[in-house]
Design a protein. Structure first.
Length: 219
C-alpha cells in the first residue's frame, strides 16, 4: 500500500520540467531530515492506496487533462517498502511520461524504465546529509532522460563544483541543475558561479514559490 500526503494538478516549479502542467503525487515519509526541507509535513498520510488504485486515479486525471506529465515526489518515493509499487504504476502506464524526484540515497537499478525520468537530488553539506548519495547511480543514469539537482547555499558552492567535475568525468552529458535554497541565496550568485567557473550546469528556480508564495500548499 502507498501512503500519499497530497495530490494536485499544478505547474511544475523545478527542473527539468519547470513550467509544464503536472499531476503532482507526494508520497509520505522520508529517510532523510534535511535542514532546508520545504515539506516538513511529508509524514502526513491523506490517502492509503494500492498501486492499482493509483493507476486508475492517474488515468482519470489524464482523461481531464490529457497533456499532464506525472510528477512523483515526496518525502522519498523510492523507500524500500514501496519501490515495487512505484515500478508497477509506471509499468502499467507505459504510454505516460513520469518524472520521479528522489533524494539520491536509493539505488536506481531496475527502475530506469523507458517512460521514467529520474530527477536525483545530491544532498549538499548544508542539508546535513552530504554522504547520502548512492554513487553507483552515476554509472547507470541516462543523460537523455535523467538529471542531478543540487540545492545549495553559498557555503556549498566549492563542494558542488567538485561534484559537478566528478559527474562530468563519470557520466559526461548528464544534466546538472543548481537550485538556490529559498531565501538563503540570491539566484544571481549561482548564475555568476556557473558562468565564472565555466560549469556544465543549469539554473533552476522554484517557480511555484515565485508564483504562489513559499508558504502555500497544494500548488
Amino acid at each position: 500500500m502507498l501512503g500519499i500526503t497530497e495530490m494536485f494538478v499544478t505547474i511544475s516549479g523545478e527542473a527539468p520540467i519547470q513550467g509544464f502542467p503536472v499531476y503532482l503525487i507526494r508520497f509520505s515519509g522520508c529517510n532523510l531530515d534535511c535542514t532546508y526541507c520545504d515539506t516538513p509535513y511529508n509524514d502526513e498520510v491523506s490517502f492509503t492506496w494500492s498501486s492499482g488504485v493509483l493507476v486508475q486515479n492517474i488515468r482519470e486525471q489524464l482523461s481531464l487533462h490529457p497533456d499532464l506529465r506525472i510528477l512523483l515526489t515526496g518525502g522519498e518515493p523510492l523507500l524500500a517498502e514501496r519501490k515495487n509499487d512505484i515500478k508497477y504504476v509506471m509499468e502499467n502506464l507505459e504510454e505516460i511520461d513520469f518524472y520521479l524526484e528522489t533524494n539520491g540515497s536509493q539505488f536506481l537499478s531496475g527502475l530506469l524504465l523507458k517512460n521514467c525520468h529520474m530527477v536525483v537530488d545530491w544532498k549538499t553539506p548544508s542539508s546535513g546529509h552530504p554522504d547520502s548519495f548512492y554513487l553507483e547511480n552515476l554509472e547507470i543514469m541516462r543523460p537523455e532522460k535523467d538529471c542531478i539537482k543540487f540545492v545549495v547555499n553559498a557555503a556549498d558552492l566549492g563542494w558542488v563544483e567538485e561534484k559537478i567535475r566528478m559527474i562530468n568525468e563519470k557520466n559526461n552529458g548528464l544534466p546538472v541543475w543548481l537550485s538556490p535554497q529559498w531565501d538563503n541565496l540570491d539566484p544571481r550568485i549561482i548564475a555568476e558561479f556557473i558562468l565564472d567557473k565555466n560549469l556544465p550546469a543549469r539554473l533552476s528556480l522554484q517557480l511555484h514559490k515565485i508564483i504562489w508564495g513559499a508558504g502555500k500548499r497544494g500548488v
